[in-house]
Design a protein around this ligand. Structure first.
Ligand code: GAL
Length: 813
């Protein structure tokens, strides 16, 4: 078993005719960790006996692998995430030279980590979503065969949340070693002060420290590589640094005919920062950047590279369903692929700092990023140290902005979501707002900064004077702020909050958006939303009518653990039920928690991707017992009209009404009076008078077999890569049985393991990482994870009444 992953930034080059090889070493601490729940004494000591500790790898979320607590708090996912635990790992220093400066970079630990090296406290952090680093050089023992033990104490008891936060070391950990003269972590900043079609000015500033005991003349060279990997600029600057001194080394250069970063063509440049002293290159690091211009206009929304781009965004929480908070880059990449396939061009990291890979993926995939640091800090606080707000804000915003500021995808910073006392200027709210804004601006002056609001009347206090763009959640609450300050554009930072359960329909159609029943599921006709929110069509309409709106971020792209509105503990009690009935995950997602599209996916796609053919019919057509009853049929299409046929009989043609004040008439086609008879539903759609295409849907018989389809059949053998396998129940004619709910057994063997399974049912209390899952309205999803060795993963899915299936996934080095 390979126990560590080492990246050495290695360059061999001629310098004054002599060959020098230089390196900065990064070791990813992924495997060979020990874990123990609770707070055993001596857990940090070098020679602690860990024979009864569990072997795990990072990322790790200790709560998501446990059983649900049926009568627990649905808002945080009914999982046992509160508590303390310890992690230990033996550091292997073989790739590191004595005298190097050694750092640990943690991308996120939930929460309040205390980091010990060889029994001594080396550093600590508080906010569970932020990245942080600590220097451990002085704690390490370089004598031969010496043990160097990293121990991390994690404590979520002081953290609170409005959703499932996760627990443990849930993002990656790196050990980075560099020479005593080096560029400091996150301290190369690239900006592009002038961008013209035929040239761009690039300014690169690196903060370099001399940690040797003597003064040195230091040269920093920036070598810029274009998106094709060719060196297009090279510039150096020298300064003398005294022992212990640090200073900025800044160069300005010009690139001709730059390839711009855009959502269509996300071209990325790179700068390699070479630090040399005594005629030798002593440190190398690289930073990725993009050349693009962003601007918010008062009346024409958001401009990217000089043209208007309507933000078609979704909010995404940090969790990944059955993986919990544990961050796997592939899980995130897949989320973004699914969102992009629907037309998304932007995401909001609600309501906290994302894993760094999220930004890298957005850069690569051409997705704009609304980068947010905190949630409201009331009782369910993100702001964990209110006694010393200044220092909390300073260090957390510093890490947040410095880590992410070179990413071209980041187009705005948000200091927080729905901070009620800030909006109301209570408890020195505006002072604190200003503190946060100032720290953002201190570390990055090139992007707008905002705060997300929800209390309309508080706009009268003019908090918007302090930041750059109006950001408002739901219900056209932006109106007062916009009226008072028409020179600022508006982002609907949370739109919709429509709720639905994939595959579930209730009749008759609701009269009000809040007509929720005791079914504990929400009908998928897309008419339901909580009192404060609306259906997606309303937001489309407001944006059509008000072009100053830069765009929207739907709440939410994916369902997530926690916040099961409308079936929270409080609301089910109000309906006369018990805590046990409260759900464990949300109904807000456009796709379910496994990424399987709900009907709404096609509503967004039909509007956001007008050039791509969408013809989607809802509901399914298996309504045994409802013969002769009314079953409304809706069609989501990018066409403008369609004709509906039931068993060949026309039910008439419907067309969208682009100027209707009833938003659903603008964006959907609805036949509300269809009488159910089993058989075939057919839709023929038209666009501008031409036939766009047709779609049919059949009444199926009961499922007889299982069908497996993997999103990727070849994955990397790195212990991190994932294959998502969709399980569907088909009838004898090969049609999906939309009512199948059989229990399935999962067997995984070979070169990988089961990472989790789920089915999109917010009321399912099957443990998320068990070898069992139920079909839910015909579907479920299984996640496989590769091991460290190449080979074949075999997945067998069986059930009592359906013919099982086996699928093989190859893993490669
Ligand atoms: C918003 C809040 C989100 C989520 C959403 C549900 O007010 O910012 O975090 O709670 O409501 O509709």
């Amino acid at each position: 078993m390979k126990s560590k992953i080492i990246f050495v930034l290695f360059f061999a080059m001629f310098f004054n005719g002599i060959l020098f090889a230089q390196e900065r070493t990064t070791v990813i601490l992924q495997n060979d960790w020990k874990f123990k729940k609770g707070d055993p004494s001596g857990a940090e000591e070098i020679n602690e006996n860990t024979s009864d500790w569990k072997s795990i790898s990072i990322p790790h979320d200790w709560a998501v692998e446990e059983d649900f607590i049926k009568d627990g708090d649905g808002n945080t996912g009914k999982l046992p995430w509160k508590g303390q635990a310890w992690y230990r790992h033996d550091l292997d220093l073989s790739a590191i030279k004595k005298g190097d400066k050694v750092f640990l970079i943690f991308d996120g630990i939930m929460a309040f980590p205390k980091v010990y090296i060889n029994g001594k406290l080396a550093g600590q952090w508080d906010y569970g979503y932020n990245s942080f680093y600590i220097e451990i050089s002085d704690h390490l023992d370089f004598t031969e065969n010496a043990k160097n033990v990293l121990a991390v104490h994690v404590d979520t008891r002081q953290h609170d949340s409005r959703w499932y936060p996760g627990a443990g070391i849930y993002r990656k950990v790196r050990m980075v070693a560099m020479a005593p003269i080096h560029t400091k972590i996150w301290e190369t900043q690239v900006t592009t002060p002038i961008i013209k079609p035929n040239y761009a000015n690039v300014r690169i500033s690196s903060l370099v420290k001399n940690e040797t005991s003597e003064a040195k003349k230091i040269t920093v060279t920036q070598r810029i590589l274009n998106p094709e990997g060719n060196e297009v600029a090279k510039k150096s600057i020298s300064h003398k640094l005294r022992a212990g001194e640090e200073n900025y080394f800044e160069i300005n250069t010009q690139l001709t005919n730059p390839m711009q970063w855009d959502i269509e063509h996300p071209h990325l440049y790179k700068t390699i920062t070479e630090v040399s002293a005594d005629e030798k290159i002593v440190d190398l690091s690289e930073s990725t950047f993009g050349i693009r211009s962003i601007k918010f206009t008062p009346d024409d929304g958001f401009h990217l590279n000089g043209r208007r781009v309507q933000l078609k965004g979704v909010n995404l929480h940090h969790g990944h369903g059955p993986l919990g908070a544990a961050f796997y880059p592939r899980a995130m990449e897949r989320q973004l692929e699914i969102m992009k396939s629907m037309g998304v061009n932007a995401i909001r990291s609600s309501h906290n700092t994302a894993a760094p890979e999220v930004l890298e993926l957005c850069d690569k995939m051409g997705i704009l990023m609304f980068n947010e640091v905190f949630d409201k800090y009331d009782r369910k606080a993100d702001i964990v140290d209110t006694t010393n707000f200044e220092s909390f804000a300073e260090r957390n915003i510093r890490n947040f902005v410095m880590r992410d500021r070179n990413h071209p995808s980041v187009f705005i910073w948000s200091v927080g979501n729905e901070m009620h006392d800030v909006q109301a200027n209570a408890n020195n709210g505006f002072r604190r707002l200003l503190t946060m804004l100032n720290y953002v601006r201190k570390y990055d002056h090139t992007r707008p900064v905002t705060m997300v609001n929800d209390v309309q009347d508080n706009a009268a206090l003019r908090h918007f004077d302090l930041y750059d763009v109006h950001s408002w959640n739901y219900g056209r609450r932006y109106q007062l702020a916009r009226q008072m300050e028409p020179n600022k554009s508006v982002i609907i930072s949370e739109s919709a909050s429509t709720v639905s359960t994939r595959g579930f329909y209730e009749f008759p159609l609701p009269e009000k958006k809040t007509d929720f029943t005791k079914s504990l599921q929400v009908s998928s006709y897309d008419f339901h939303a909580p009192s404060w929110a609306e259906i997606g069509d309303d937001d489309f309409m407001w944006q059509q009518d008000e072009p100053y709106i830069a765009g929207e971020f739907v709440w939410t792209g994916f369902d997530y653990l926690g916040e099961p509105t409308p079936y929270t503990n409080r609301t089910v009690k109000g309906m006369g039920m018990s805590d046990k009935e409260a759900a464990r995950s949300s109904y807000f997602g456009i796709v379910d928690i496994m990424g399987i599209p709900k009907d709404r996916y096609y509503l967004y796609k039909s509007y956001w991707k007008p050039g791509e053919k969408t013809i989607h019919i809802l509901p399914h057509w298996n309504w045994k017992g409802e013969e002769g009853e009314n079953i409304p049929v809706f069609v989501y299409t990018n066409g403008d009209c369609a004709e509906l046929f039931i068993n060949g009989k026309s039910q008439g043609k419907q067309c969208k009404s682009p100027s209707s004040k009833n938003s659903t008439e603008r964006f959907r086609l609805m036949w509300k009076d269809v009488v159910y008879e089993p058989g075939e539903v057919k839709v023929v759609a038209y666009k501008q008078g031409e036939k766009l295409g047709e779609k049919t849907l059949k009444t199926t018989s009961e499922a007889t077999k299982i069908k497996l389809s993997a999103d990727r059949k070849i994955i990397k053998a790195d212990g991190m890569d994932l294959s998502y396998v969709l399980v569907e129940a088909f009838d004898k004619d090969g049609n999906l049985d939309p009512l199948a709910n059989e229990g399935l057994e999962i067997e995984v063997s070979g070169a990988g393991e089961l990472a989790g399974a789920g089915n999109g049912d917010p009321q399912s209390f099957e443990p998320l990482q068990d070898h069992k899952v139920d079909l839910f309205y015909g579907k479920a999803m299984i996640i496989l994870k590769s091991g460290m060795e190449a080979g074949t993963i075999k997945l067998k899915v069986s059930s009592e009444n359906l013919k099982g299936e086996t699928i093989k996934i190859e893993t490669e080095n």
